[in-house]
Write a protein that binds this ligand. Structure first.
Ligand SMILES: Cc1cc2nc3c(=O)[nH]c(=O)nc-3n(C[C@H](O)[C@H](O)[C@H](O)COP(=O)(O)OP(=O)(O)OC[C@H]3O[C@@H](n4cnc5c(N)ncnc54)[C@H](O)[C@@H]3O)c2cc1C
Length: 489
């Protein structure tokens, strides 16, 4: 840790970029800690992030709702074990309103540049607004920038076409021939969400997915009343689910673990028992290990894809034509609507914001190979710039709310040093980041994600760009900063 030269407590001014789950959390936490100069910059016209942008039919969380909510704002009213998207959006809006976050938000303006000069961050927005702050919390999301597939003739499609995160509700699904490209969690949810409405549904599958069986029961009015009466019931439930997720996460980091074997067996039994047609069953059978790609949890995907109006197409897509999708077997699949459930650019993080750190160091340059940050939070020479859900953190089948809460608890300890005047500039040292990254890459090679599948977890080298250790280790790491990993000026 470098010598500290400043002293005396000081007022700090904050910019939080993004008013999704993590930005709302940041604003509430900063306010609770007594900070009053906080502006949340949100480029959209309202908060919610993921849950504002994704409105496709069938959308729900796939982490149980009583875990997929803030620890300080349990919600007795969750309708289901996995509640639908609009309910989650309403939850975030309500929590933000209850905690006075909305008043700190500046909507409809995108932060385009953050430059560190004279010991402060200078922000510029697309509308030309300038702001000067001591600390930036980047809560710009991970699954945020839609990824469009590179398919011949895509733009020539004559029907309606949109990305799953840009669902066009003016387009009728009823009576339409709908094609869906992609087989991630989103595509699976859409299949179940529209199969009973569409005249015909065609799922274009490049890679089959393992599907973990689950159920999604509604909470009864009595159960919800009991949750409202006695908060401990929700706490107990949350803890139980968290423990289960911890056990699974511990298994994922060891490809040979009993947990992975159990998941594999459950997924295999689900496929064998739920899909009756042997040909369809074989086409739905993945050729890699369960949980290598993000595990799909679905109560009804197999039932939906077996409906008479549903078809699974496994012949590779050759191109898109005005009338539909042409596959390599020569067939033209005629469509009225084409849904691109093709995921997100997962390595953008805070970009495309132009971030310039100490001595003119550009983040784009620092990340020229791939994004890196010490514990996903801090980048050397970008002092007082802290990321939530930054590079190489725990993603996958976790609650990202829990992840963000832990990260923010850690960031607040860095911020307290600034407030106390013990330091004016805090950023991770290059040595700490490089050492941790080397260990992370080594550990990642033993995980289930490295067992030979193509997934969005993998970076350009084929290394899973995620936290490769048990979740308990992440929790322990987030409990308190190792100060020797930081340069404090
Ligand atoms: C379909 C789908 C389902 C999911 N289901 C789950 C689940 O079940 N469980 C789970 O844990 N996670 C799930 N996730 C992940 C989900 O993204 C996170 O749980 C969480 O919502 C992320 O919150 P965030 O605030 O970090 O990012 P986001 O929700 O992406 O919010 C980022 C915000 O920042 C704003 N922003 C970005 N750049 C700028 C800028 N330059 N200037 C101003 N504003 C900016 C954006 O407009 C956005 O509002 C899901 C994601 C998707 C896409």
């Amino acid at each position: 840790m470098a010598a500290v030269t400043e002293s005396g407590p000081r007022e700090l001014r904050f910019a939080v970029i993004g008013a999704g789950m993590a930005g709302i959390l940041s604003a509430i936490t900063l306010k609770d800690a007594g900070f009053t100069a906080v502006t949340v910059y949100e480029k959209a016209d309202r908060l919610g992030g993921t849950w504002r942008e994704n409105t496709y039919p069938g959308l729900s969380c796939d982490v149980p709702s009583h875990l997929y909510c803030y620890s300080f704002a349990p919600n007795p009213e969750w309708s289901h074990l996995y509640s639908p998207g609009p309910e989650i959006q309403a939850y975030f809006e309500r929590v933000a309103e209850d905690h006075g976050v909305t008043a700190s938000c500046r909507f409809g303006d995108e932060v385009v540049r953050c430059e560190f000069a004279d010991g402060r961050w200078h922000l510029t927005t697309a509308h030309g607004v300038h702001d000067e702050v001591d600390v930036v919390i980047a809560a710009t999301g991970v699954l945020h920038h839609p990824r469009y597939p590179d398919i011949n003739g895509l733009d020539s499609f004559g029907g309606a076409m949109f990305h799953s995160a840009r669902w066009d509700h003016s387009v009728a699904i009823e009576g339409a021939r709908v094609g869906i490209i992609g087989t991630g969690s989103t595509a699976m949810q859409i299949v179940s969400g529209i199969v009973d409405r569409a005249q015909a549904l065609t799922l274009f599958q490049r890679t089959a997915q393992w599907v973990m069986p689950t159920v999604n029961p509604a909470y009864t009015a009595e159960e919800r009343a009991a949750f409202a009466r006695d908060g401990r019931l929700m706490e107990d439930l949350r803890n139980q689910v968290a423990q289960l997720f911890d056990a699974v996460s511990d298994g994922i980091i060891d490809a040979g673990s009993p947990q992975m074997q159990m998941i594999e067996e459950l997924c295999l039994a689900n496929l064998e028992n739920s899909v009756t047609d042997p040909d369809l069953r074989e086409r739905l059978r993945p050729d890699y290990r369960a949980a290598c790609k993000r595990l799909i949890l679905s109560p009804d995907f197999y039932a939906s894809i077996q409906k008479p109006n549903a078809a699974l197409v496994t012949s590779p897509i050759e191109g898109v034509e005005p009338g539909g999708v042409r596959t390599a077997d020569g067939e033209l699949h005629e469509l009225d609507v084409l849904v691109l459930a093709t995921g997100f650019k997962v390595d953008a993080f805070v970009r495309p914001i132009s971030v310039v750190g100490r001595a003119g160091r550009e983040l784009d340059q620092a990340w020229v190979d791939r994004p890196e940050a010490y514990l996903s939070i801090s980048v050397p020479d970008f002092p007082n710039f802290f990321m939530l859900n930054g590079p190489n953190g725990p993603v996958g089948n976790f609650s990202l709310i829990e992840v963000a809460e832990l990260q923010l608890g850690y960031i607040m300890q860095l911020v307290e040093r600034l407030r106390a005047g013990e330091s004016r500039q805090i950023s991770a040292t290059m040595e700490a980041m490089t050492r941790l990254e080397a260990a992370r890459v080594e550990a990642a090679k033993n995980t289930i994600w490295s067992t030979g599948c193509r997934s969005w977890y993998l970076d350009d080298r084929g290394i899973p760009a995620v936290w490769p250790w048990p979740f308990s280790q992440f929790r322990a790491e987030m409990a308190e900063p190792k100060w020797e990993a930081y340069e404090l000026r």
